[in-house]
Design a protein around this ligand. Structure first.
Ligand code: ADP
Ligand code: MG
Length: 635
């Protein structure tokens, strides 16, 4: 025994004594041991023995196979094979069982030779590399996760220059990192509709905040995709922003579904609205009919006849407003943000809706004065108001009061999810209905969640409302308790001060003139009306009852007229045909297109030909008179 030398050897082949087997390694801080080809331990130093929980004296004759992970047994065999060949050394990593559990150890081995210079074993010098191994494994997993992520990932430097893109990004966009670098593509800019949007994004992320949004991008094959984009910053150990991490996920199919849902839901609410519309129309018809009869019974009383005519005219205005509303409402999807007078919208729609509500529900209004316009999609706002009112109605089966209010809120009154310094409109609906339990309240915005009977509710209403409000960069809040009624508050951002509502034309007289006007319309009563009204105002009027006649007149005397009022839909030569002739015969001649149905295609065609002025039928005479003056004054 040579325990006092710190070295032990087996009685193998009676070769070198253990201290010589280990040599200078005996006192090394590295793990050192010697073994024969069968894996029997011949000697081991202190570090080695301690690592495996043995006394140095207990090492002899132990077999490495009891310490070695079975999956790594081949590593030793491979090492043995290397050791008998030139240059008689081997290196490998393997797992060993210690009292602390499995450890990764990196071994470097050299061959042991007997006196006849025949190899009989190996001397191994090892280092515990478990920690590096774990770190490597972790990095490997992390980079694998990023590389194989189903979400497209981009990493840029602090200036937005791209440094890394993962495989999904390349798959989704067709761009590899090399492409992006070669073409100097600003990936973070992609999808932002305008410079303003991009600047806002850039300010957000540079101030260290996270940015989220939905952007539309055109793929190389021309297909449009919607992506949910999230950008956050990465910081170096000093806390400075070193990189930006951008994740983009294709949500096109979700958007499509949402659109379909909105459309389906709109149809559903349209059905409800139809009841109100029919009711309103009946009223209008009754008014017109009544006054017409009245006038016919008293033809001699001119004052009375004039009064009847005024009432009839008012009724037609109401009717055309109604038609306009139905048309805007039933038109499909195209979302258009424009300044909207919230008070007016609510007033109009709710009064219509109120007609369909049971009589035991009363309405209460409170409108903010001088509320600035919203930038919103008119149709979508309709749906929000409609859905919230219908839900309130359903909750008040036994009757009650629906209070609707608009207020302007700013500062602390704005919900915390919206704090950005902008002023908001708050549109609140308070009912005195059943209220909701906390369980119901928690789920109301889920699509298809409903507590109503099968044919009474679809559970889509609030899901659609939620979608619309969020897409308007607003938010919705609900307060409700069982038996205590419910309040929904919709917050929508007000437009910047600069946008103005389209000026409402004031009713009343309109200015006259002495210019020469050509009226082209195949609808005789409308033509007569215009002729009469404009002649009264001093204009010289000629008219054409169809397109061919108009072309004839213009072609024979192109400079006879100062302006042409042109209908578009006519049999024979259409308004557009007439317009083309005018452009050739007298390009300076101003034209006002008056039409009951201006399709986007017709409008585009007119605009392509250079036409800018359109008036929709039905129109008010004074509106027409004013536009006429404006156009003539321009000449
Ligand atoms: P639906 O009206 O088709 O059921 P919604 O999405 O509009 O679907 O509403 C979901 C659920 O939310 C309703 O079924 C109802 O339980 C609850 N809810 C909505 N509004 C109110 C309200 N004003 N008072 C009480 N419960 C309401
Ligand atoms: Mg509903």
């Amino acid at each position: 025994m040579h325990a006092e030398s710190g070295v032990v050897a087996g009685e193998v082949k009676n070769l070198l004594p253990p201290e010589e087997l280990l040599g200078a390694w005996a006192s090394s801080a590295a793990l050192v041991y010697c073994r024969d080809w069968e894996g029997r331990i011949l000697a081991g130093n202190q570090t080695f023995a301690r690592k495996f929980g043995f006394a140095v004296g207990d090492l002899a004759e132990r077999s490495v196979t009891t310490l070695l992970h079975q999956d790594d047994a081949s590593a030793i065999q491979n090492a043995n094979a290397d050791l008998v060949r030139e240059p008689h050394c081997a290196a490998f990593e393997s797992r060993w069982l210690t009292p602390q559990g499995w450890r990764w150890i990196a071994w470097e081995e050299t061959v042991l030779l007997d006196p006849e210079k025949r190899p009989y074993g190996a001397r191994s010098v090892g280092h515990d590399i478990t920690r590096q191994h774990l770190a490597e494994e972790r990095n490997f997993k992390l980079s694998g996760a990023v590389e194989q992520s189903p979400v497209a990932i981009v990493i840029t430097d602090a200036l937005g220059n791209v440094q890394y893109v993962n495989a999904k990004f390349t798959e989704a966009t067709g761009y590899t990192l090399e492409h992006l670098l070669d073409d100097d593509v600003c990936v973070l800019r992609e999808g932002h509709p305008d410079e303003h949007s991009y600047q806002q994004f850039w300010e957000t992320v540079q101030s260290g905040r996270e940015w989220r949004g939905e952007l539309m991008r055109e793929r190389p094959d021309g297909k449009k995709v919607w992506e949910s984009v999230q950008v956050s910053c990465m910081r170096n150990p000093q806390g400075a922003i070193s990189n930006f991490l951008c994740m983009r996920e294709d949500i096109t199919s979700r958007r499509t579904l949402e659109d379909q849902l909105r459309q389906a839901q709109k149809m559903e609410s349209l059905g409800t609205l139809a009841g109100g519309i029919a009711h309103d129309f009946n009223n209008i018809i009754a008014v017109m009919n009544g006054y017409a009869e009245f006038a016919m019974l008293n033809p001699g009383d001119t004052a009375l006849v004039a009064k009847c005519m005024r009432e009839i005219q008012k009724a037609t205005q109401r009717a055309s407003a109604l038609v306009r509303q139905i048309l805007t409402f039933s038109r499909k999807a195209d979302v258009k943000f424009a300044p909207v007078d919230l008070n007016q919208l609510v007033r109009e729609l709710v009064s219509l809706l109120a007609e369909t509500f049971p009589r035991n529900i009363s309405f209460n209004y409170s409108f903010a004065e001088n509320l600035p316009p919203l930038l919103a999609d008119h149709n979508q706002l309709h749906q929000v108001i409609l859905n919230l009112c219908l839900n309130a109605r359903d909750a008040m089966a036994a009757g009650g009061t629906l209070s609707i209010s608009t207020t302007q809120v700013a500062g602390a009154a704005v919900p915390s999810s919206l704090v950005n310094g902008r002023p908001y409109a708050c549109l609140a609906f308070t009912d005195t209905g059943t209220g909701m339990s906390a369980e119901v309240r928690a789920r109301i915005f889920e699509p298809f969640f409903t507590t109503k009977a099968v044919n009474k509710g679809t559970g889509l209403g609030l899901a659609v409302v939620y979608g619309i409000v969020t897409s308007h960069e607003g938010t919705i809040e609900v307060e409700s308790d069982l038996g205590q009624g419910t309040t929904f508050k919709v917050y929508l951002p007000l437009a910047e001060n600069s946008v103005a509502l389209p000026a409402l034309l004031k009713q009343g007289d309109f200015p006259g003139g002495t210019e020469s006007v050509l009226i082209v319309d195949d609808e005789a009563p409308l033509r007569y009306l215009l002729e009469a009204a404009l002649t009264r105002k001093g204009y010289k009027i000629e008219s054409a009852s169809d397109g061919l006649e108009a072309i004839d007149r213009i072609a024979t005397n192109p400079h006879r007229y100062d302006i042409v009022l042109l209908d578009l839909n006519m049999p024979g030569a259409s308004g557009i045909d007439v317009y083309k002739v005018i452009k050739v015969a007298n390009p300076e001649l101003p034209v006002l297109i008056i039409t009951g149905h201006l399709t986007p295609e017709a409008r585009a065609e007119c605009e392509r030909l250079g036409q800018k002025h359109f008036l929709k039928k039905p129109y008010a005479l004074d509106e027409l008179g004013r536009i006429l003056r404006t156009l003539l004054a321009r000449e």
